[in-house]
Design a protein around this ligand. Sequence first.
Ligand code: HAM
Length: 386
Amino acid sequence: MRAFDDLAERFGYGLVITPLFESTELFSRGVGADTEVVEKQMYTFDDKGGRAVALRPEATASVVRAYLQAGAQGVFKGAYSGPMFRYEQPQAGRRRQFHQVGVEYIGEPSADADVEVIEIGFRLLEAVGITDATVLLNSIGDPEDRVAYRDLLTDFLTERSDRLSPDARRRMVTNPLRVLDSKADAAVVAEAPVPADHLGPAAAEHIAAVRSGLDAIGIPHREEPRLVRGLDYYNRTVFEYQSASYQAAQAALGGGGRYDPLAGMLGGAETPGVGVAMGVDRIVLAMPAAEARSSLDLFVVAADTAHRATALGLVRALRTAGVSADLDLGGKSVKAQFRAADRRGASAVAVVGEEWASGRVTVKDLKSGAESSVEAREVAAWIRRR
Ligand code: HAM
């Protein structure tokens, strides 16, 4: 995804590529054995050597594993893009193979790192034309804050267990926090104590700094006290993105959070980290149609077959000059070539015809309809001037 590659580069993230499948244990330790993702949604199998492996349901655990294996040296900023696999009930925006782009900022405890990764997800949505996104934000505190909170929540749920779904009754014992985002138990959960009211001073200060950091750069955010996310490695900041242009049962266009406990969960030295992953399938569904089309700076039209080779030469020269240019290779009529230019989302057309003899072509801006004659070697400059 070009918009993502540009952002990752500008924010200083290098490419990180991790395997499509890894040991099942990595995910059960990292993502959490009692999470829906690991319990129900992993594609697991034994390889020929009898090793239990799983198609990756997400990339964060793999990136932190790779960081630890590489010697865990200081700050690492990695960006990835690729397919993830979860055995879910398929529906619009929820696929068993889906594509994520994401970044992980490892080794940095500052709230400014949280703000940075939240900004990257938000800027990506902006760049593809989703301009009304909001960040839903919460803090689930530090593991030590959660000990007392967990007891409080367990007592609250136990008292109401006759009103809970069977899943929630089981989770209440193994992982009570996850009951908070159970849609089936919304009525009970609405009254439950929330983690944000039980933060220790350090976690409270951290989320306040994240909020003011987002305010300072004008990123809209909203407290969502029951946002807990489906993966076990998080502490403190958790967040998701929503937009009015994408309203489905599965509404998050992306999500992430801080995962200081993860490196330790994988057997490595304590290392802070924070990251975000954006769901490309959902983003494409939410994008304005015009943005979703591929676009071209220029479509070159050959006025007749005699000028096809010349048109191809012009396209090659423009591509070398950094202009995105294309043409029809199938010998279509001029009218059909114009139609193709439109379908391809070209913003301008250059017609190569008789004028070529005097080194000129006719260029037409497809938005304004304005036409003019320019020197062939000036076409790239004309495109940039518009
Ligand atoms: P996640 O919330 O599980 O987080 O996934 C991130 C995004 O991937 C979701 O918001 C959604 O847009 C997309 N997604 C998830 N499942 C599906 C699916 N079945 N079909 C289509 N899209 C889907 C993570 O994966 C974390 N690793 C994010 C993170 C990075 N946390 C820290 N660093």
